[in-house]
Design a binder for this molecule. Sequence first.
Ligand code: ACO
Length: 403
Amino acid sequence: VIDISKLYGQTGHFTYDPGFTSTAACESRITYIDGDEGILLHRGYPIEQLAEQGDFLETCYLLLYGELPTAAEKADFDYRVTRHTMLHEQMNRFFSGFRRDAHPMAVMVGVVGALAAFYHDSTDISDPHQRMVASLRMVAKMPTIAAMAYKYSIGQPFVYPDNNLDYAANFLKMCFSVPCEEYKPNPIFAKAMDRIFILHADHEQNASTSTVRLAGSSGANPFACIAAGVACLWGPAHGGANEAALNMLEQIGTPDRIPEFVARAKDKNDPFRLMGFGHRVYKNYDPRARIMQKTTHEVLGQLGLSNDPLLQVALELEKVALSDEYFVEKKLYPNIDFYSGITLRALGFPTTMFTVLFAVARTVGWIAQWKEMIEDPSQRIGRPRQLYTGAPQREYVAITDRV
Ligand code: ACO
């Protein structure tokens, strides 16, 4: 018999809440979600307005500083981010230590964690100036690291940042240009990339953000915390879902096979789930998915691929699922990952890069949440409790006496 009060080590109330479905671990002023109404606000501004009318660096400023910038503040912010886009030259060698066929997310976890070894000044988290420098470095360097991971995987030389381009166009150039040829990013593709970044920028206390906060609560440096976030994001139930969703659409292949996959998703004895469907918080349409679907049409239209077979499968699958009792009852709607994969593939990215792009965009959310936590005077180390269900206290048995 276990004396539960002793195991808990103190009196008072404990909540047992696996998956944290109803436990808030912090106060935050950054992002608000109303899952029943399908509303997402950053610092009070609807995601639709930010995605349609602003650009990614403006959203970054908003998340980090709490207000939309004036024109002068925006110009200054863009300049400060741009100044940090280069990576320490010695980091090039870090990449060459990886196998070329490594998953780029594995490379990201390693390289992002290694930033602390190159930018020691920004590991002083007690200095507000250094906290902001670390934040700008993270936002600025993530596209460079991601593009290098991609170039390394395909055996091409690294392309250095072009600071005359905006954030998204520069990223496309680092990924898709080669040093021997002139490259002009397609403005529709750059706009789509920028919008994808905005849509993924923050999403309150999701698994990777909570991981960043928990890692940061011990006083760990911001680069280590973001590396922890990247690692958590990789899972197929979280950021890895965009890769999994596209793989699933390819596996379905043609609309006539949809009923077979929908039946599998409903079968409790089959672990298969419709990837890109369902969300812990949204029990109504994910507002990001709606904007993503529109962006998908724009990019495929520009490429003359409006009849893309995968898009047809996705549209039909959405229609079938949304009129199926199982999905309606469980309030399972397409999430952002359902359409983002089709767009990213059309832009030229292989599926293994999809979660990397999510990490690039989410970095600003992670770092804004990390800063908010560090600057909160009530901040304490995060230390969840447990419900112990193991053996009660017992005596050690010498190895010779064990049977
Ligand atoms: N396909 C089929 N059934 C599903 C799906 C799905 N995609 N998602 C949930 N369900 C069912 C579950 O089987 C469960 O059924 P039950 O009540 O009969 O047991 C019920 O809906 C609730 O599902 P949970 O897993 O308990 O919900 P939870 O909130 O824990 O999980 C999650 C949410 C992880 C997103 C889940 O819906 C899922 O696995 N979806 C597919 C992966 C995905 O798209 N992830 C991306 C999330 S968005 C993001 O990270 C950007």
